[in-house]
Design a protein around this ligand. Structure first.
Ligand SMILES: Nc1ncnc2c1ncn2[C@@H]1O[C@H](COP(=O)(O)OP(=O)(O)OP(=O)(O)O)[C@@H](O)[C@H]1O
Length: 240
């Protein structure tokens, strides 16, 4: 008995002599349906990329450079009640708000997560994430370790977590000292905190060593991680 699903036999011309189109059409006819030009792999999902690490490790420096070299990323501007540093720009580095304004955002459930960090509030506005995911952007969130732990609880494996570290504790201390933004008291707190924070490394998906003078290499590695995630068969699927 013949197989009803099998297309009728079509003569296929020799690959050495046949016209290219003729051969293509004959292969199509032989297999019983036209060859599709649709992509074989689905479009990758927009990613939520959480970049975290101890104070002074270089989160801002890496993100600033990433912003320059890579398109298709939206860098979420965090809201904070911390006073603006002279070099910072409102709406670009952070949304600087009063403590009262911050707490009313919390009350209206406008923040994905928030925390009190070194006496000041910091939080991530949900609306920005929804808007840019809707436009197909990957979202970059810059949070401290405490924030990353909260986001891990909220987002689980649906987001990508990258831990930035200095090459050593000593290098981190020197970098913090050289930045000259800290008092001796806040320096001490930040360094003691960093010592504890590095223990959370295992809660992250990737670690990037941001070694002295190697910012460019760190940024390339972050880009490679994003590229690898885009090529994953089982994509993360973040819903906010
Ligand atoms: N790879 C690097 N080599 C040398 N200096 C660096 C490198 N990365 C960052 N820095 C410098 O180290 C200092 C701290 O970096 P940055 O302010 O980006 O850290 P951060 O993690 O954002 O800190 P915080 O959480 O306190 O805001 C800055 O002066 C920055 O220019």
């Amino acid at each position: 008995m013949g197989d009803a699903r099998r297309p009728p036999a079509v003569p296929i011309p020799s690959v050495d002599t046949a016209d290219r189109i003729e051969l293509y059409r004959a292969l199509e006819a032989s297999l019983g349906s036209p060859f599709s030009s649709d992509p074989l792999a689905p479009n990758p999902n927009p990613l939520i990329i959480v970049i975290s690490g101890s104070s002074g490790v270089g989160k801002d420096a890496v993100i600033k450079r990433l912003r320059e070299v890579r398109e298709g990323l939206h860098f979420v501007v965090t809201a904070t009640s911390r006073p603006k540093r002279p070099c910072e720009v409102d709406g670009k580095d952070y949304f600087f708000v009063s403590k009262e304004e911050f707490l009313s955002m919390v009350h209206r459930d406008e923040l994905l997560e928030y925390a009190l960090v070194y006496g000041d509030y910091k939080g991530i506005p949900k609306q920005q994430i929804r808007e840019y995911i809707g436009k197909g952007y990957d979202i970059v969130l810059r949070v401290d370790i405490q924030g990353a732990a909260t986001l891990k609880r909220i987002l689980g494996d649906s987001a990508l977590f990258i831990f930035l570290v200095a090459e050593s504790e000593s290098a981190l201390v020197k970098r913090l000292m050289d930045r000259k933004t800290e008092t001796k008291e806040t320096l001490l707190v930040r360094i003691a905190t960093a010592r504890e924070e590095v223990k959370h490394l295992r809660d992250f998906d990737y670690v990037v060593v941001n070694a002295e003078g190697m910012l460019e290499r760190s940024v390339k590695l972050v880009e490679s991680i994003i590229d690898a995630e885009k090529a994953k068969v089982r994509q993360r699927n973040a819903v906010i």
